[in-house]
Structures are given as C-alpha cells and as structure tokens.
Design a protein around this ligand. Structure first.
Ligand code: NAP
Length: 259
C-alpha cells in the first residue's frame, strides 16, 4: 500500500535505537526525509547513515538530550516546517511506589509529558497553517493498565494522554491528527534493562525472566521495532486522516481487555 507521504519531512525524537529507530526506518521506507535525534552521537550517526544508504532519503541528525530546553531548541530549529512529528524519549526507571520524591516525578514529567507537549506546541501551529500534519506519541501500555514497578511512567504518560485527548480535537479541522502508540513488550535495549531488573529482583536468570514475561503475551514473544514502525507509518499516512486522539495498543494481546 502506498502511504502517500513520499517527500514529507518528519522529526523522530530519540531514534538511534529501539522503537524510535523502527519509526524512522518505516517512514524513510515511504520516502520521508528525516530529522533524527538521540544523546549519543555515534549510534545516532550510524543509524542515520544506514537509513540514507537503504532508502536514499535526506537525514539530518541532532545529538542532544531532548528533555532539556536547550536540546528542544536545537531539535526544533533543525525540524522547522516538519510535516510529521514522532515524540519519544527514554522511559523512567522502575521502583516501588514509596521510592520516588518530587524530583523523580519532575524528571519523569519532563521526559514523558512536557517534552512531547513542547514539540507539539513547536511544530503543530505550522502544520495547521499548511493544512496537513501527523503527530504520533510513543507512550506505553501502562496507560491502559498500570505496571506496578513503573509508577513514574504510569503517572507521566497518563498526563500526556489527557493532554492529547483534548488537543487532538482542537487541531483536527486543520488536517492535523495527533494519536498515541502504546507499546507492550518489544525487543529493544529498554526491554533488556527491564528483564535485567526483573531477574535481579526475583533471583533468576535474564533468560528465565524473559521467558516468564513472554509467557504472559498471547503472541508468545516480544514485538519487533519493525512491527512498531509499520504501525507508526500508517498513523502518519494519508489514509489515517480520520484517526484522531486514539490510543493504539501494540502488545501482542497482553492486556486482557474487551475494548
Ligand atoms: P531504547 O531501546 O532504550 O531506545 C531509546 C532511544 O531513545 C535510544 O535511541 C536513545 O539514545 C534515545 N534516548 C533516550 N533518552 C533520550 C533523551 N533524553 N534524549 C534524546 N534521545 C534519547 O528504548 P525503547 O524500547 O525503544 O523505548 C522507547 C520508549 O518506549 C521509552 O519511553 C520506553 O519506556 C517506551 N516503552 C518501551 C517498551 C518496550 O518494550 N521496549 C514498552 C513500553 C514502553 P541515547 O541513549 O543515545 O540518547
């Protein structure tokens, strides 16, 4: 299926690895030029070059921490006039509900709520003026069903979800859609670090922790960044113009819900 977005320009935040990279690759495969970002310049440039080589699109890289005001200013300058925005950043650390102080919550809110809002405010007005735009926020399955050890993520991402629910309905008439993609377990570095934490907590091996977590997924495995990227590219496509303010769960059936 031709997604009809060849020649568009996308900012994909936090995209040198994992789910962000999956989104960047899937958009590039559709002929979308990219602004890619991550803190580590080496991995970022390597991923950008692999995308240039594979898909022949233009890729600009901005190595910075996207959760800081300076980083946001740098990224916004490079992405001025972008048609597509994929919001992403690292997830907060696991812990117990008693562990976190105000500063921990502020950090999680900065990463997973206020940073995506800053990019929406920075890029959506231009999309509205031009009459077309797509925003996809990478959030988490934790928005539909809280994950006990990820209380910071449960809290911050739910805040973003409320903001998107209201905002998406205010910009839709100008051809701009905002939706959230909710990853369940995917095979990325983040999953590896959560497996490691689970193994340590239970005194089992990482392989045992992974097998335990896969057994709770009806599909019986972790998702891939390619599957995730394909869903993102569809939400960014011409065909997705009637999908507004939705929370699309990509979890292999893990959360037991009727709707
Ligand atoms: P990942 O494999 O660890 O990749 C994270 C990417 O983001 C890397 O490119 C990293 O590069 C970049 N990054 C992290 N913090 C950044 C920052 N402050 N500024 C700029 N770039 C940053 O993670 P992932 O699995 O793709 O997860 C992506 C998001 O989805 C996270 O918020 C995660 O919590 C959420 N999620 C993931 C899963 C899963 O199973 N994988 C499930 C639910 C939710 P640098 O380190 O070089 O900056």
């Amino acid at each position: 299926m031709d997604l009809g977005i060849s020649g568009k320009r996308a900012l994909v935040c936090a995209s040198s690895k994992g789910l962000g990279l999956g989104c960047a690759e899937a958009l590039a495969a559709e002929g979308v030029d990219l602004v890619m970002n991550a803190r580590g310049a080496e991995a970022l440039e390597a991923s950008a070059q692999a995308i240039r080589d594979a898909y022949g699109v233009k890729v600009v890289t901005v190595a910075c921490d996207v959760t800081t005001p300076d980083g946001q200013a740098m990224v916004l300058k490079a992405a001025e006039g972008a048609d597509i925005l994929v919001n992403n950043a690292g997830g907060p650390p696991p812990g117990m509900w008693t562990d976190w102080e105000r500063e921990d919550f502020i950090k999680a809110l900065d990463s997973n709520m206020l940073t995506p809002i800053a990019f929406i405010k920075g890029l959506v007005p231009g999309m509205m003026e031009r009459g077309w735009g797509r925003v996809v926020n990478i959030t988490s399955q934790a928005v539909r069903a809280p994950i006990p050890v990820l209380g910071l993520s449960n809290a911050a991402r739910t805040g973003l979800t409320g903001y998107v629910a209201g905002t998406s309905r205010q910009v839709a008439s100008k051809g701009v859609t905002i939706n959230n993609l909710l990853p369940g377990l995917h095979a990325t570095d983040r999953a590896e670090s959560l497996d490691t934490a689970a193994a340590k907590q239970q005194g089992i091996t990482i392989e045992e922790a992974r097998a335990q977590r896969c057994s709770a997924i009806p599909v019986g495995r972790y998702g891939t960044r390619q599957e995730f990227g394909a869903a993102c590219a569809f939400l960014c496509s011409q065909h997705a113009g009637f999908i507004v303010g939705q929370n699309v769960l990509l979890d292999g059936g893990a959360i037991n819900l009727t709707m």
